[in-house]
Design a binder for this molecule. Sequence first.
Ligand code: SF4
Length: 264
Amino acid sequence: MGQTAEQTVGQAAGRTVGQTAGRTVGRVHSFQSMGAVDGPGLRCVVFLQGCPLRCVYCHNPDTWEFGVGQSVTPQEMVEKILRFRPYLKRGGVTVTGGEPLSQPEFVRELFALLRENGIHTALDTSGAGGRKRARAVLEVTDLVLADVKFLTDEEYRRYCGADFSQIREFLSLTREMEKPLWIRQVIVPGLNDDPRRMKRLADLLREYPNVERIELLPFRRLCLEKYEALGIPFALADTPEMDGETLAVLAEELRAHTAAAVCC
Ligand code: SF4
């Protein structure tokens, strides 16, 4: 009797995934099978539900709420991911959100299972969540994509509702654990697009020799509709999108102050 592709994949996954079976359940917002911008190569991207921050430019306000989203076990998620395995050879899996460190048990188990299956794991995080949680996840993380959103305590408080010292502690932990680090910063006109800030960013990041790459990402307003649908005011509704030319100038300025690869 013939098998559907689905059955074949499911059984193959069952053989390889079952060893670390647990009872952890994650709250998942959504899943993208072929992401090309969240880490190296083609990647499955898992968006987790729940975030303690409130960044003024957040693109995913629908991930903020805790306790909602689809309930999925790490094993179920791995089975789903293994269907795309042939495409992930030079890529892997990125977990993002929301804030993945808000669900450390789920991410740790998921990453451990993925590694058992030889799949590269990347954590896309703001760094909020505390050292203990972060360490447990980092132990099974191959690459960290860390958003360094602003440069001072005051800016972090004002524009993200976050504690910058906690973010710096997280970056220090990645250094201590020798985890490759890609830094990302969303550039917003009028907030952090002054070229002089690039030297300050480079100075800050010099403390972390594990930084391999810095990505400057343009602020976009594509999320406006989401805010409207959720009935949440979007603080940057009148802010223009970031243009490519200015971003390229900022990237050039940053290159003058860092040995890390810079892209935009
Ligand atoms: S950390 Fe990410 S998901 Fe959370 S509010 Fe900021 S941009 Fe949005």
